[in-house]
Structures are given as structure tokens and as C-alpha cells.
Design a protein around this ligand. Structure first.
Ligand code: SAM
Length: 291
């Protein structure tokens, strides 16, 4: 009788599901109690790097089976994981660090598991994005995470241009060796907005530098590339909607009669105290007759 009962209860005690388990972003103690229970109880743990995750498990006295699931094998590995879920297994998915799926593998697996009617649940925890935002000192009510920008400057500036009018704090990942160039491109396209560079979060040499894009670009350009992992946080820009009203238009029309769009925008922005970018956009519209 006992044996029959045992057979009906999943061996792990975990409900069958795909468990998205967040792991530390540096400090190995940042593993939640539920993450430990889940990693211990899952039938198997899918992870990016079995050696790295193996070390985290050993540190917490967790013994379990690991299977690789990373960007190079995901397409081949996915069907087998979905099949195990269909058979009623509890599968934990972790990435090398932080929250799975966030600039890390897992999205496709989640998408297909949901499409197949399989249960997906999350064990939340560390996230470099949220930790950097918390420490940046920049507005945290509305933010946009844009991942890694393109490595080459021309493509990067184009990508930054697409973010310019988003009225939210921007959060980016960047590699240490591209940090100074990336900050310079951000300053060139977005203007000298307030910003923060968060490095080695939760680790021994955690550092957050706060300033403006221009000042931070200059600081990092004058130093050797920093070591470690980096998140850039950029404050939102000025309102980019064109300010409206006959007074502004009248002032701009007059200024445009004797000067370029650029000069007119500069002079009128100075005279009215309105944001220069927005005045420039309005001047451009007026000069093109697209009001
Ligand atoms: N999934 C992870 C998360 O939720 O935080 C992010 C993984 S992404 C592949 C790795 C990038 O996250 C790094 O290049 C760096 O930009 C950022 N990052 C991760 N850990 C960090 C840390 N301790 N301090 C600063 N940035 C970190």
C-alpha cells in the first residue's frame, strides 16, 4: 500500500512544471530558499554551463542531474526537454547568472511549453537590470531594458537613436572594453543626460559611478577598461513632443526668416527656456511646412 502511494507522488515532491529559477549574479549567497528547494527537487536541471552551475550547486550542498541548454544546442535540446515535461517531470531552467531568459536562453522553451499546454512557473531572484536600476539614483517608475547594443559604432548610434524618444530610464548591458565608446555614442545621440555605470554588482568590487553620459564617457576614456560586468543606466530625456502654441510658432517663424533651423531653435530655446531638442523638432516641421 505504502509502495503504491509512493508511486503516485512525484519522486521529487515538486509539481510537474518548467521552473525558471534565478541564480546569483555574483554573490553565491543570493540564492533563495525556494530556488534551493527547486534545484534540489527537480528531476533535472537544464543549464547553460554544467561546470559553472555544478559549482553553485556544490556550494549549497545540492546534488542533482544537469543537462546543457545553451544558445548553441537549444534547438536540438528543446524537444527532449518538452517531452520530459509532457511525461510529468519537474524541470528547472537556470542560466549562468541572474534571471533566465533575460539576455539568456529560455524564451523559446517557455514559448513552446506554453503552446503545448505545459505548466511554466518562476522562482524569482537576482537580476542585474533591477539591481543596477535600484542603485543608479535615476527614476525607477518607468524603465526600458534594451539589452546589449551593437558592437560597432555606426549600428550602435542607430540603435541609440531608436531609443532617444522613449520617455523612460534606459538600461543597457555592455562589455567593459566597449564601455567608453558606448558612453560616448550615448552622449552624442542622447545629449548629456544623467547616467550611472554599475559594475560587479553584489561582488567584492561592486562600484556604481554616477554622473552624466559625457562625464562618464570622459572618465572611462581616460582609464584602462574596467574589469568585470557592467550595466549602464541612462536617465530619461526631455519631453520630445513638440511644444505647441502660437507664441512658440510665431517666435520660430520670425527666427527662421533670418536664420537656419538650427540657429532659430537655439535662439528660441534660449529665449523661452523650452527644451532645445523639442524646439528644434518644431522648427524643422515649420521650415518643411509640415505643421
Ligand atoms: N540574465 C542575467 C540577469 O538577469 O541579470 C543577465 C545575463 S547577460 C548574458 C550578462 C550581462 O548582465 C553582463 O554582460 C552584464 O552586462 C550584466 N551583469 C550580469 N551580472 C552583473 C553584475 N554582477 N554586475 C553588473 N552587471 C552584470
Amino acid at each position: 500500500m505504502r509502495g503504491a502511494e509512493t508511486e503516485e507522488v512525484p519522486a521529487t515532491g515538486l509539481e510537474p512544471a518548467l521552473y525558471l529559477v534565478a541564480t546569483p549574479i555574483g554573490n553565491a549567497s543570493d540564492l533563495t530558499l525556494r530556488a534551493i528547494e527547486t534545484l534540489r527537487g527537480a528531476d533535472v536541471i537544464a543549464c547553460e554551463d554544467t561546470r559553472l552551475t555544478g559549482r553553485l550547486l556544490a556550494r549549497h550542498g545540492i546534488r542533482n542531474r544537469l543537462i546543457p541548454y545553451h544558445e548553441h544546442n537549444a534547438t536540438q535540446a528543446r524537444p527532449a526537454i518538452l517531452e520530459r515535461l509532457r511525461r510529468g517531470e519537474a524541470i528547472a531552467l537556470v542560466s549562468d547568472a541572474g534571471t533566465p531568459l533575460i539576455s539568456d536562453p529560455g524564451y523559446k522553451l517557455v514559448e513552446e511549453a506554453i503552446a503545448a499546454g505545459l505548466k511554466v512557473t518562476a522562482v524569482p531572484g537576482p537580476s542585474a537590470i533591477l539591481t543596477a536600476l535600484q542603485l543608479s539614483g535615476l527614476p525607477s517608475d518607468r524603465f526600458m531594458f534594451a539589452g546589449f547594443l551593437p558592437p560597432r559604432s555606426a549600428a550602435r548610434r542607430k540603435a541609440i537613436g531608436e531609443l532617444a524618444d522613449i520617455p523612460a530610464t534606459l538600461i543597457l548591458f555592455e562589455s567593459p572594453r566597449r564601455l567608453a565608446d558606448c558612453l560616448a555614442d550615448l552622449a552624442a545621440v542622447l545629449g548629456d543626460r544623467p547616467a550611472a555605470v554599475a559594475r560587479e554588482l553584489t561582488k567584492l568590487f561592486e562600484e556604481v559611478r554616477r554622473g552624466t553620459l559625457g562625464s562618464l564617457a570622459n572618465q572611462y576614456a581616460a582609464e584602462d577598461p574596467p574589469k568585470g560586468e557592467i550595466v549602464i543606466v541612462v536617465g530619461r530625456g526631455e519631453r520630445s513632443d513638440p511644444p505647441e502654441g502660437p507664441d512658440l510658432d510665431a517666435l520660430l517663424q520670425t527666427a527662421l526668416e533670418s536664420g537656419s533651423v538650427r540657429d532659430a531653435a537655439r535662439d528660441v530655446a534660449a529665449a523661452t527656456g523650452l527644451p532645445r531638442r523639442a524646439v528644434y523638432m518644431r522648427a524643422l516641421e515649420l521650415s518643411r511646412g509640415t505643421r
